[in-house]
Design a protein around this ligand. Structure first.
Ligand code: 1PX
Length: 207
């Protein structure tokens, strides 16, 4: 955990974490899932203070999940869901600190990430446009007006596509784009397995 926090961000490390996430039985492993998130948060933090209201929320959510993971020894998302559902869906819905509702928030953000990275890969140079489009197609529908407003303002402070590819730290622009092509399916895979799991247990609208 501490080792993952050291050194400059590299997208490679995030890609690696999301690749390690999915087992042959299509389980999503919590340790690499959270490790992938820690990498993304570090990246976000390196973009400057404008984004700190976003990274703070993500940090709090990852910390909550680490707490649950350590307390109960969950290995996978599936075991976390099963454990929390044992108390019944109504009890789960009444909790504001459940692992399930917290995962759901990160899960929606993962969809944003998938769309955003696809946009970066496509070559559109205006990252704020990419980011806004990805946001409107995913997280925005779950956020109140004031959060949407703040997010949209922050997006204007995003670095250019070239700078973005640079700070991903995976080599030349071509190499960065190639790595995106490799990373997106892994992220997509984690997203769709989680989506299936949450659909199956009727957890997609946890308050
Ligand atoms: C190589 C490119 C990597 C880019 C990495 C960027 C990582 C972004 C991580 C974003 C994590 C956001 C989690 C948001 C979870 C959430 O929806 N929280 C809200 C609801 O929580 P609640 O507990 O109240 O039900 C909460 O209200 C959130 C508030 C903060 C604002 C969230 C705006 C999210 C915008 C996502 C886009 C990030 C832009 C990064 C630009 C690179």
């Amino acid at each position: 955990m501490a080792a993952a926090a050291a050194g400059p961000f590299s997208l490679r490390e995030v890609l690696d974490a999301f690749r390690r996430c999915v087992t042959e039985q299509r389980e999503v492993l919590l340790e690499p899932y959270l490790s992938g998130w820690r990498g993304l948060i570090r990246f976000l933090q390196s973009l400057g203070a404008v984004f700190s209201f976003i990274s703070k929320d993500a940090v709090a959510k990852v910390a909550l999940l680490e707490g649950h993971q350590q307390q109960h020894g969950f290995v996978s998302l599936q075991s976390l869901v099963q454990h929390e559902l044992a108390a019944g869906l109504a009890a789960l819905r009444a909790r504001s600190d459940s692992g399930c509702r917290t995962v759901l928030r990160l899960h929606r953000a993962l969809r944003w990430l998938q769309l955003f990275l696809e946009g970066l890969r496509s070559g559109e140079p205006r990252t704020s446009v990419l980011c806004t489009d990805a946001y409107n197609a995913s997280l925005a529908q779950h956020h109140p007006w004031v959060v949407r407003k703040a997010a949209t303002v922050a997006f204007c402070a995003l670095p250019s596509r070239d700078a973005f590819l640079e700070i991903m730290n995976v080599g030349s622009q071509e190499e960065a784009v190639a790595m995106l092509g490799e990373a997106i399916p892994y992220i997509g895979n984690v997203y769709s397995i989680t989506q299936e799991l949450f659909t199956q247990h009727k957890l997609l609208d946890l308050p």
